[in-house]
Design a protein around this ligand. Structure first.
Ligand code: FAD
Length: 422
């Protein structure tokens, strides 16, 4: 078996620092991620995919390399990446192991959303002080102990799409909350040390509202936390996204990842936060393209050195893949560059368009790669077959599924806020 993607010493950055005007510290961090992906993730990716097991070893190595703390400020011991730097670094990891990059995203968002993003949001001075103290505790766990955070939001209903309040509820009690509910597709289940759960704070007799969404880190070891069900999906198998049950779990108030009301503000004012699921899939699109070039040149390790590049049909297919990849990169780079509080309507529509484009094109490029490279390229000893399956998962990911993005672009392009037809 050889899924090692050797020969990728040549891999150029997906976004060349000069061409995309990256600052030196951004280019350095992204380069670190690319080298890590190629050296550490690529040789192990096939194993985790086959076994549908969690890449814990990768996370231990990411801790040693500082990558678990990529978005933690330097003053707190992290690498201090901003939103754009994180997104491109995540794309570089996705290129080598989609499941690790996607799971890493769930972990990193716990620090990015409570960090740089929360700094952009309104909070009372008292909330700000309390928040900074609490997040330093989360950061310390990650930096010093390599703690892993998951992000189970989905419940199988409309809550993760942002339509209704979460069914998982936190009842305020002395010193904290009693949390009960069920989360489906909880990536990192069984491996995470903390589950960053979205739930609705609801006192006795109070109505459930989205404004009262709480973002709470539930310790995996707490009484009442249980992971159930099996996990044998089409792709992204290493994410091990099983079902999480929370049965009257006591969670201390200091486990809040954002103060009360701030997650609702974030989802409303900082919509680009939901683009963070897309980098993995941009990386997969690049991986499918890279594979095709290497394969048609007869340079793919583990295959006979047969060249197929001289056929006009192959050249046309590569040209089409190249154009689709460049188009995808262009809109995505523009959208991640525009991430900020209170974006314009045009910027929000572009963010939806970028998300849908990456998620759909990632699989379209992988599909074309298989068709173009041919039968031997779909064998399981090569990476393309895994890339193809992993890339199919992107469009399904809430809250910005490809369908929801298309739905919102159409509606919001035609209607101004509050407008109705007679
Ligand atoms: C590999 C993988 C890993 C994942 N990891 C995580 C994770 O770590 N954490 C996490 O929270 N989730 C995760 N997810 C879950 C993912 O985001 C979705 O929640 C999941 O795919 C939903 O499946 P579903 O069949 O319930 O979706 P759907 O049925 O498509 O949607 C769920 C509900 O949302 C509402 N909805 C759907 N479309 C619309 C629309 N256009 N307008 C309004 N409402 C709509 C509907 O009420 C629907 O019942 C992961 C998914 C995958 C594939």
């Amino acid at each position: 078996m050889n899924d090692s993607l050797e020969g990728q010493e040549r891999d150029a950055p997906i976004f060349a620092p000069d061409a995309f005007r990256l600052r030196p510290f951004q280019a350095e961090l992204i380069d670190k991620a690319r080298r890590f992906g190629r050296r550490v993730l690529a040789p192990r990716a096939q194993k985790y995919d086959r076994e549908a097991s969690f890449p814990l070893e990768n996370f231990r190595d990411m801790h040693a390399d500082g990558l678990l703390a990529i978005c933690i400020p330097e003053a707190d011991g992290g690498l201090g990446a901003d939103f754009l730097t994180y997104c491109i670094a995540a794309a570089e990891l996705g290129r080598y192991c989609g499941a690790t990059a996607l799971s890493w995203n769930m972990h990193v968002c716990s620090t990015l959303w409570s960090g740089a993003l929360a700094d952009d949001l309104p909070m009372s001075p008292a909330d700000r002080v309390a928040h900074e103290k609490r997040r330093r505790m989360h950061y310390r766990r990650i930096v010093e102990q390599g703690a892993i955070y998951a992000q189970p939001f989905s419940e199988g209903g409309a809550a993760a799409a942002g339509v209704v309040a979460f069914g998982t509820e936190a009842r305020p009690v002395e010193g904290g909350f009693r949390v009960s509910g069920k989360k489906i597709f909880a990536s990192l289940s069984g491996a995470a040390d903390y589950y960053g759960v979205l739930c609705t704070e609801r006192a006795q007799g109070e109505a459930a509202t989205r404004r009262n969404t709480l973002y709470l880190a539930v310790p995996a070891a707490a009484e009442g936390v249980k992971v159930v069900g099996d996990w044998d999906p089409l792709g992204m198998r290493g994410t091990v996204s099983r079902t999480l049950l929370l049965d009257d779990v006591f969670v201390l108030e200091e486990e809040m990842l954002m103060p009360r009301g701030v997650y609702f503000e974030a989802a409303t004012r900082w919509p680009h936060m939901f683009l963070t699921l897309s980098p993995t899939y941009l990386g997969l699109a690049q991986a499918a393209y890279d594979f095709t070039i290497s394969y048609l040149r007869g340079e793919m390790p583990g295959t006979p050195p047969v060249k197929r590049r001289m056929y006009p049909t192959k050249q046309i297919a590569v040209a089409e893949m190249h154009m689709q990849l460049e188009q995808t990169k262009a809109i995505w780079f523009q959208a991640i560059s525009e991430a900020r509080p209170n974006p314009t309507k045009e910027q929000v529509l572009r963010a939806y368009a970028a998300q849908a484009t990456v998620m759909e094109n990632s699989n379209a490029i992988a599909t074309k790669a298989l068709r173009t490279c041919g039968g031997q390229a779909m064998l399981k000893n090569l990476a393309l077959e895994r890339i193809y399956r992993d890339s199919r998962c992107g469009s399904l990911m809430l809250p910005w599924t490809a369908e929801i993005c298309v739905d919102r672009i159409g509606r919001e392009a035609l209607y101004e806020s509050g407008e109705k037809d007679e």
